[in-house]
Design a protein around this ligand. Structure first.
Ligand code: NZQ
Ligand code: ZN
Length: 406
């Protein structure tokens, strides 16, 4: 290894892999005054807007009233669709599609966290799709056909975590079959604009804030822990992780710390807005296991990821040692002197675990309500992707889940 401007580079002989196209059409408005920008955006969209929101938080904290006032002032016809639940279901998606068709809505405004934004993309893509949208998009992973009408979306984000505000991801749960599936739509489904006011996240319950923090961390790790080349994307990831660690500590100590909440929100967007995956093969298996765990336990998304992470990354470390050494040194400031590579990497994972414990995240699946009798079901609904350091089989996933029980 060699040192380059203070940062450890892996192996100088590898060249950055992968060809990529980077395109992200979402316009972001960030900061305490950002909701004011909604007024100007209204002119870009049609008369009838479908306003999707969740289970009531936006009414309790007054954001709903502020948004409605702007929409009314702008003369829009608002069709409301409340009750979009956390981990939105296929049943609710069907309802939203029905409403969108019935009222011939011109566009969709998502008001809430990642769940409402993901859901809005599902409605936007499916309202004019001819056929079985669940099967085509979420099960088979297809994109809407060329030329199909897609409803434009705007997003007012109230919780930081998923990055849904600036990506094409949409995760929907077929609750009847305990099947939670994510689909990444192409750029047509990325929000046309997103309004991010960190002040809006201040009322998020602390437990949800922590779940969001780990979701952000894990998004970065899913992209970082792949390949062994020297890639600018990984340097960006290290910077984002470092910022998140500092901000998360401050926010857990004082959830009303505006600077910390602001940095968490901004980091969340960059963690999954398609930038840091450039040139990378990516992993995503913690997410795949997490989605399946979420379908069976209904735990917050970030908690499902935290609960299997240690068992997963201990295994991944054996195959991706040099990258885990880099993670330990550049993200956790582990001093290498007198240690073998394995010891450095292990110390990095120990630091990750200590941070997770410090901010109060679950470290076992038992803590989120999973029981041994669920394990076979969870394994059977876990989608397996190639790409990270591990080439997992269902048996490996079973072993990871068993290791995560205590
Ligand atoms: O329903 P409401 O009343 O809005 O309450 C929500 C919900 O109970 C509450 N909340 C949100 N903003 C609030 C607030 N409460 C008080 N004040 C506020 N300002 O927080 C709870 C959680 O909200 P939710 O939107 O479910 O959380 P999150 O943003 O973590 O979204 C989770 C969903 O996103 C998917 C997850 O699988 C899960 O279904 N993901 C989407 C991704 C993407 N689009 O790329 C990637 C992620 O990996 C993830 O899979
Ligand atoms: Zn996630």
């Amino acid at each position: 290894m060699r040192t380059f401007v203070g940062v450890k580079v892996l192996t100088p002989n590898h060249i950055m892999q992968g060809n990529f196209t980077y395109y992200n059409p979402t316009k972001l408005y960030f900061g305490e005054e950002s909701l004011n920008k909604l007024k100007g955006e209204l002119a870009n969209f049609g008369q009838t807007v479908l306003l999707n929101y969740g289970s009531g938080s936006v009414k309790r904290n007054g954001i709903y009233d502020q948004v409605m006032a702007i929409l009314r002032e702008g003369g829009k016809t608002v069709i409301e669709n409340p009750g979009v639940m956390s981990n939105p279901t296929l049943e609710k998606l069907n309802e939203g599609i029905r409403i969108a068709r019935e009222h011939k809505v011109d566009w969709i405004l998502s008001l809430g966290g990642g769940s409402v934004c993901d859901y809005s993309k599902g409605v936007a893509a499916s309202a004019y799709f001819e056929g079985d949208y669940w099967q085509s998009f979420w099960v088979e992973g297809n994109q809407p056909p060329k030329g199909q009408r897609i409803l434009p979306i705007g997003c007012i984000l109230t919780m930081a975590g998923t990055g849904s505000e600036m990506n094409g991801g949409s995760v929907i749960t077929d609750a009847a079959n305990s099947n939670k599936l994510g689909h990444v739509f192409d750029s047509r489904l990325m929000p046309k604009f997103a309004i991010l006011n960190p002040r809006f996240t201040m009322t998020v319950p602390v437990e949800q804030m922590k779940a969001g923090i780990y979701d952000i961390m894990n998004h970065i790790m899913e992209q970082y822990f792949s390949d062994f080349d020297d890639n600018t994307s990984d340097y960006l990831s290290e910077g984002l992780m470092s910022s998140l660690i500092v901000a998360s500590r401050a926010a857990v100590k004082n959830p009303q710390d505006y600077e910390a909440r602001s940095n968490i929100m901004w980091t969340a967007t960059w963690a999954l807005n398609t930038l840091i995956k450039c040139g990378k093969t990516e992993d995503w298996m913690v997410h795949m296991i997490g989605h399946s765990l979420g379908a069976w336990t209904h735990a917050p998304h970030g908690y499902t990821l935290a609960s299997v992470s240690m068992a997963y990354y201990r295994r991944a470390m054996e195959k991706g040692l040099t990258k885990f050494v880099r993670f330990a040194e550049n993200v956790w400031d582990i001093q290498p002197e007198g240690k073998s590579d394995r010891e450095i990497a292990q110390a990095g994972l120990e630091a990750l675990k200590n941070w997770m414990r410090e901010i109060g995240l679950p470290l076992t699946i038992t803590e989120i309500g999973a029981t041994p009798d669920m394990i076979d079901h969870i394994v059977s609904t876990t989608v397996i992707f190639p790409g990270g350091y591990l080439d997992l089989t269902p048996e490996d996933i079973k072993a990871i889940l068993k290791d995560s029980l205590a």
